[in-house]
Ligand binder design. Structure first.
Ligand SMILES: [Fe+2]
Length: 244
């Protein structure tokens, strides 16, 4: 499996607290069958003071990969960010303050949980017009997508991709998010499932149980598409075709 959304870099956001905890997260992920993780520290979130991309994050990433090699944990970590989409997103991309997932055309995009549908769609259109494909992080957690399933179809028709959180499928973010996540799966609207892990203890990067659940409830092929095939295409910057 490949996890495209994980707060595994230490001391840069509300994820891992220290390098030892990051190593522990990698261990948990590797034990559940994950071979690659894209590190996605929060970026550009107003009032939260997250780091722009730069030397400090590059060093953290290299330090973590070195440590994993030393400890013989069979997992590599690639660069990325979870980007809060504001109106100046294209300028920030151009200046290098924010980056896409592993240097691909795909950007992990987050929004305010109470954003209006039109505002999410506008920001996505802005990215698409510049050739950047938004991967909407945890759509099942946004009110606009929970209230009206057409919003998900409108995003997909434009060419956006949807990434569900593994925890949502077990109800970790409440009943309405659980229902929405299963709704997206049942309609074939989801493109990825990722952990959005923040720690090795709660909201962890362990995904084997969710892979099993998706295989049982939907199909093994669908699980493979969401946990391995589409993430693999993303990592290599290849085109991803919507399932629905
Ligand atoms: Fe996240």
């Amino acid at each position: 499996m490949i996890d495209i959304h994980c707060h595994i870099l230490d001391g840069v956001d509300d994820g891992s607290y220290c390098l030892a905890e990051s190593v522990e997260m990698a261990k948990v992920a590797a034990e559940s069958g994950t071979e690659q993780i894209i590190a996605t520290p929060h970026a550009n979130a107003p009032g939260r003071g997250e780091l722009p991309w730069g030397d400090m994050l590059v060093k953290k990433l290299a330090g973590l990969n070195k440590k994993l090699k030393e400890k013989k944990i069979p997992l590599t970590v690639c660069p990325g960010q979870e980007v809060f989409c504001t109106g100046d997103i294209l300028r920030l991309l151009e200046s290098g303050e924010i980056i896409t997932l592993n240097g691909s055309r795909y950007l992990l995009a987050e929004f305010d949980f109470y954003s209006r549908a039109e505002s999410i769609l506008d920001r996505c259109d802005m990215l698409l017009s510049a050739g950047v494909v938004p991967v909407v992080a945890h759509p099942e957690r946004y009110e606009a997508l929970k209230e009206d399933e057409h919003t998900a179809y409108r995003l997909k028709r434009r060419g956006c991709l949807l990434q569900l959180n593994s925890g949502s499928l077990f109800g970790d973010f409440g009943r309405s998010s659980e229902r929405a996540a299963h709704g997206f799966l049942a309609e074939g609207l989801a493109d990825f499932i990722a952990s959005d892990a923040h720690s090795p203890y709660v909201r962890t990067p362990f995904m084997a149980d969710v892979h099993e659940m998706v295989s049982d409830m939907y199909s093994l092929d669908y699980a493979e598409l969401l946990f391995s095939e589409n993430p693999g295409l993303l990592l290599r910057d290849k085109e991803i075709h919507p399932f629905y």
